[in-house]
Write a protein that binds this ligand. Structure first.
Ligand code: PMP
Length: 343
């Protein structure tokens, strides 16, 4: 690659969009308590460039910033993140010629820290005593006064939502129209809320009656309680506070899932479908199946697999998880997946 290519940031951003988005949209068929075959629809975001849904938001924010002259090659991107966002900025930042500093809580999985470092980004770890996630955000904000520093501010940046309106939501909407499926509901675990807001906004513009449900861990119901409550093992969702871009008044009922159930469902997806997914994918599928059982099995429910399982090798996802009363995983048999179409 000639060195000058990297200097043409907009060409490089266009190049990266060929590796990000246009992910497969699949139907997962299952039986509940041995009953008839049913299906839920899933957008498979583990197939993005760095293996997660956050690539879309990171590339879109950097594209807007570069178009508006808010970031230049060589500037430092500084972001507080629980992991996937850090990986996305580290990789995309490198590809377009920026330095990256990621500030994250020290309890995030070993793999996430190592992967971010492998892209040549700096990692600053923040302990619970130093303020955990909120402390990480405060440290990033403190750097905003320096020249040559760009803060994406994923929790407050409207372009995070817009990225999902213009890409994830649009792709799902077009796939549904092509398949002539009218969705009854969309379910997504909330980290920044970018996915649930953006996909929800776009799908409701096509299907005004559909419900859009945010999902949170039952062990840490920050959205329902309105403050940080408890701790949980579904990395990537429920980060200690209610993000600015999440508008609960514009969303339907908050759903909950136990972290143990999410782990068992993610393990099941991998074992029974041969598809590698992370813990929040298990949470999303468990909530989507439960919702479909309540709504009626002829109702189409859509959800997301946000990432794959590689970043969780050292976590409980790769250990034996005890089954508890109330989990639906023993009642669900996953049968197969079918790729509907790539837009
Ligand atoms: N699952 C995982 C694994 C994630 O990393 C994230 C992003 N933090 C989400 C779900 C939630 O996505 P969003 O930030 O768009 O709400």
């Amino acid at each position: 690659m000639p060195e000058t290519y990297k200097n043409n940031v907009s060409a490089q951003i266009g190049n990266l969009w060929k590796l990000i988005g246009n992910t497969p949209f699949i139907a997962v068929s299952y039986r509940f308590k041995g009953g008839p075959e049913q299906q839920v629809l899933v957008k498979c975001e583990q197939y993005n460039m760095t293996g997660s849904i956050k690539d879309r938001m990171a590339l879109y924010i950097l594209q807007k910033a570069s178009e508006q002259g808010k970031i230049r090659p060589g500037d430092m991107i500084v972001e507080a993140t629980s992991g996937n966002t850090g990986i996305a900025f580290a990789a995309i930042g490198k590809a377009i010629g920026n330095r990256v500093r990621i500030i994250m809580p020290d309890w995030m999985s070993l793999e996430r820290k190592a992967i971010i470092k492998s892209y040549g980004a700096e990692v600053k770890l923040v302990s619970k005593e130093e303020g955990g996630f909120l402390g990480s955000i405060a440290m990033a904000e403190a750097m905003s006064h320096y020249d040559g520093v760009f803060l994406p501010r994923q929790f407050a940046n409207r372009y995070n939502v817009e990225a999902h309106e213009k890409t994830t939501g649009r792709e799902i909407g077009h796939s549904l129209l092509l398949e002539e499926i009218k969705p009854a509901a969309f379910v997504a675990g909330v980290g920044t809320g970018g996915t649930v807001m953006g996909v929800g906004n776009f799908l409701r513009s096509l299907f005004p009656e559909m419900k859009v449900h945010p999902l949170e861990p039952a062990e840490s119901p920050t959205l329902s309680a309105k403050y940080k409550a408890g701790s949980h093992r579904i990395q990537g969702i429920s980060d200690e506070f209610i993000p600015d871009i999440l508008d609960l008044n514009n969303l339907d009922q908050v759903l909950q899932v136990n972290d143990g159930e999410a782990i068992l469902m993610a393990q099941k997806i991998t074992k029974e479908l041969g598809m590698s997914v992370g813990i929040s994918s298990g949470a999303n599928l468990a909530a989507a199946i439960r919702l479909q059982q309540q709504l009626g099995t002829n109702k189409a429910v859509v959800t997301i697999f946000p990432d794959n399982n590689k970043k969780y090798l050292s976590t409980d996802l790769f250990k034996e998880e005890p089954f508890r009363e109330g989990y639906l995983t023993k009642d669900v048999q996953l049968i197969a997946h079918r790729v509907l179409n790539k837009v």
